[in-house]
Design a protein around this ligand. Structure first.
Ligand code: MRU
Length: 360
């Protein structure tokens, strides 16, 4: 079965599935300017770390394609503005900044070639940026497949596994990271039932993960977030597998709020806790998770559900992510292989392998 596509490049513009409307409605928007794509990322029309990066790359491509610049020098000034606007959307997922950096390198290479070639040069830059976005999309698909294959080995032959938030096709543009692992395990014959916490406040678990698993025909049980401890204690859960938004050099991992208590409870009940994420999610510039910037989202996402007020007009907090310390993580599953503790060494080895294979 083909994975649902959260985003794609088309002749008309960047086509994005509106994840705010799922599971009730399947609605696509076509963005024809980069500010629209930036708003879509900020407002969570599209979300999930790898998909955010992919959206940024397509945002850069549409910004360059629709630019009014008459020559590469003018375009360069607009390009930097396009990148800045897209970079200011969501601070935690490193994939956003990784994708923008890649686009910058591609732009520099194309612009230096285009230098004196007038209109032909401008067209070459435009084509290079579109090709780069499409290349990133293909790499996301390939990475998810590889993560899925490596990760499936860690899934039980039969029984229950737990996940958090949505790390599926909707979050990546491929088959998903954590859900890709589960999907490949199921396709290889493992009999898995997935315990899906609803993931308040934005409900990525109930609205998106439950929807994806249901579409794939993978058995699931939806629970509320305050049932996580009970199920890890009594529910015969064999493993937890979640995605990641940013992984520090020592393995500390930022993921959707609620992941950290899940990891603590998994340790308490001897359930192995796995991270599944592409190597682009590893931020080697950060020594530990304490340095990961945590996005604060609007209070209204806590006080309201689907526009209906659930609390009086009081102060509310919405840190969108928490950080799970490396000591609670059994393994980090990437497309380059599986890192096991101590992560400082194993993640460094994966990064080295990555540069040897020439993967960007
Ligand atoms: O706020 P979101 O929905 O963008 O957060 C998503 C998550 O936390 C995911 O678990 C993470 O990005 C991994 S996606 C493969």
């Amino acid at each position: 079965m083909r994975a649902v596509e959260p985003i794609r490049w088309s002749q008309e513009g960047v086509v994005v599935l509106d994840q705010r409307r799922l599971p009730g409605e399947v609605v696509y928007h076509t963005y024809t300017d980069y500010t629209g794509v930036a708003d879509a990322i900020r407002d969570m029309v599209i979300r999930g770390a790898p998909a955010i990066g992919l959206a940024a790359a397509m945002g850069v491509a549409i910004g360059v394609e629709k630019s009014t610049a008459k020559n590469p020098a003018e375009l360069r000034a607009q390009f930097s503005q396009i990148c800045d606007v897209l970079a200011r959307t969501r601070p935690t997922a490193i994939d956003l900044f990784w994708a923008i950096e890649r686009c910058k390198r591609t732009f520099e290479a194309a612009a230096s070639d285009a230098g004196r070639n007038g209109a032909v040069g401008m067209e070459k830059i435009r084509q290079s940026m579109i090709a780069e976005a499409q290349q990133i999309h293909q790499e996301r698909r390939d990475a998810d497949e590889a993560i899925g294959r490596f990760g499936a080995e860690f899934m039980p032959q039969s029984g229950r596994v737990m996940t958090q938030c949505n790390a599926g096709a909707l979050a990546t543009g491929g088959i998903g990271t954590a859900l890709g692992v589960i999907r490949i395990a199921v396709e290889s014959g493992k009999k898995i039932e997935v315990i899906v916490p609803e993931t308040r406040p934005y409900l990525q678990g109930s609205r998106l993960t439950a929807w994806e698993l249901h579409q794939l025909g993978i058995p699931l049980v939806l629970i509320t977030d305050n049932m996580v401890g009970h199920f890890l204690k009594t529910g015969n859960i064999k493993a937890v597998v979640v995605g990641a938004d940013r992984i520090a050099k020592n393995g500390d991992t930022a993921n959707k709020i609620g992941t950290y208590p899940m990891a603590v409870l998994a340790r308490e009940h001897n359930v192995p806790f796995y991270i599944a994420a592409p190597v682009s999610t590893i931020d080697v510039s950060l020594a530990s998770g304490e340095e990961i910037p945590i996005e604060e989202r609007p209070e209204a996402e806590v006080t309201h559900i689907a526009g209906i007020r659930m609390a009086p007009d009081v102060k509310a907090a919405h840190p969108a992510f928490d950080v799970t310390p490396a000591r609670l993580i059994a393994a980090i599953i990437t497309e380059q292989g599986v890192a096991q503790p101590p992560f400082t060494e194993s993640l460094r080895a994966l990064a080295a392998q990555k540069s040897k294979s020439g993967t960007r």
